[in-house]
Design a protein around this ligand. Structure first.
Ligand SMILES: Cc1ncc(COP(=O)(O)O)c(C=O)c1O
Length: 437
């Protein structure tokens, strides 16, 4: 057997036996895996249904048409008023497609500050160094959350927009645990004559289920990934007002990409159809309930949970008052079978590689059937791991840091209690099998 398949089997076991708490990860459906692994992968079909540059498209046209229609249906949108594009290969490319549709090189974008929870595809620079293509192509300015509340400060965003005069305002990010006021953001955009893009990569599934607020009435364009709370394959959907539809399609193909990944589009269509089931609705509701229960346990346990809770599937914890860096915490959690990621936090004082916080989420645990009772148990383990890690801040001195990190890794490798928690985690996971044997 090819080594790759042995490794896939090992990865499957890892996903079965650990707690998948990275909020952007999820378990998809067997039918999605089947569609994505299908012969559709073999077809080239540059263009759009009914208007392709290749022959032999009668079936794939139907598939892409179904995916586009289901995208609108999933969010209860009128096909007379809205348009969906399902071809962007990823969330980042969906955003690039939007910029390509609406902006010219050098135009101004205003988006959320990355360390506060924004996303790289909304532009980023490190000091003078323009790290992303978006920042090289456009003039990007960032808005920050209020340093006290760690929430969006709409008055401040408005003031900044009035001075900066962007052509595009973006909301959305990777680590903002609260609802965004889409209406307010659209009013700010209108006031300065900007387009408004709501990137709901994280929340898409929760919006489809009606558990989180919907941006469609307010935003000119909405982008989302399909593999997070939506439970589909890797990919993206862009939905815009009908009048921008043709411009958007052209911006993706031929503007940005070649052939659509029809296997992914088929998988997206399958996942979208599932959003209309009771099972999906229950999953979405329970995902939020689980996240709220977990954040309650963490707050009670003395952690600085950003904004003291969550409206969604994700929680951000600032570890600075524990004198702990997210790097250490995330590694110790992994040794205990709890997979989350280190993350920057509002008012960040450290570097993105050794940030001050952690980010954790509940979609994948919820798909497995875990509920509030399990969240209580998992919350206790998380608090215990944080206690085991103790005071571990990252020293600024690079050489010294290397030594610190190595020493820490060997200590946690040998930590008996982390091993015990890992065993308990595996036992819990065994009660919630994700794959049939
Ligand atoms: C808000 C937001 N936008 C865009 C993306 C990019 O998605 P992808 O990783 O598919 O490029 C992400 C991914 O985490 C995201 O959270």
């Amino acid at each position: 057997m090819d080594k790759i398949f042995e490794l896939i089997e090992k990865e499957k076991q890892r996903q079965q036996n650990s707690l998948m708490m990275i909020p952007s990860e999820n378990y998809t459906y067997p039918e999605v895996l089947e569609a994505v692994g299908s012969i559709l992968m073999q077809k080239y079909a540059e263009g759009y249904p009914g208007r392709r540059y290749y022959q032999g498209n009668e079936i794939v046209d139907e598939i892409e048409e179904l995916a586009r229609n289901r995208a609108l249906k999933a969010f209860n949108l009128d096909p007379e008023k809205f348009h969906a594009n399902v071809q962007a290969h990823s969330g980042s490319e969906a955003n690039l497609g939007v910029y390509n549709a609406l902006l010219n090189a050098g135009d101004k974008i205003m988006s959320m500050y990355l360390p506060d929870g924004g996303h790289l595809s909304h532009g980023w620079r490190m000091g003078d160094k323009k790290t992303t293509f978006v920042s090289k192509m456009f003039e990007v300015e960032f808005y920050k959350v209020n340093p006290e509340t760690r929430l969006f400060d709409y008055e401040q965003i408005e003031k900044q927009a009035l001075v900066f005069r962007p052509k595009l305002i973006i909301s959305g990010g990777t680590a903002y645990p609260r609802e965004i006021d889409y209406k307010r953001m659209s009013e700010i955009a209108k006031k300065v004559g900007a387009y408004y893009l709501a990137d709901v990569a994280h929340e898409a599934g929760l919006i489809a289920a009606g558990v989180c607020q919907s941006p469609f009435e307010y935003a000119d364009i909405v982008t989302m990934t399909t593999h997070k709370t939506l439970r589909g394959p890797r990919g993206a959907i862009i939905i815009c007002k009908k009048e921008l539809g043709q411009q958007l399609d052209m911006a993706i193909m031929p503007g940005l990409q070649g052939g659509p990944h029809l296997h992914s589009i088929a998988g997206i269509a399958v996942a979208l159809e599932k959003t209309k089931t009771d099972e999906f609705l229950n999953y979405a509701k329970q995902t939020v309930k689980n996240a709220q229960k977990l954040s309650e346990i963490l707050v009670k346990g003395g952690l600085d949970v950003v904004s003291l809770g969550t409206d969604k599937h994700l929680i951000v914890v600032d570890l600075r008052d524990k004198e702990q860096s997210g790097w250490f915490t995330a590694w110790a959690m992994e040794k205990a079978g709890i997979i989350m990621n280190r993350n920057t936090v509002p008012n960040e004082t450290a570097s993105p590689f050794y940030p001050s916080g952690i980010r954790l989420g509940t979609p994948a645990l919820t798909v497995r059937g875990m509920r509030e009772g399990e969240m209580e148990q998992i919350g206790k383990w998380i608090l215990e791991v944080i206690d085991i890690v103790g005071k571990q801040s990252v020293s600024a001195e690079a050489e010294e840091r290397k030594v610190d990190l190595k020493k820490f890794m060997s200590e946690i490798e040998g930590n008996q209690r982390l091993k015990e928690i890992k065993q308990m985690v595996e036992k819990l996971c065994g009660k919630f099998p994700i794959y049939e044997k």
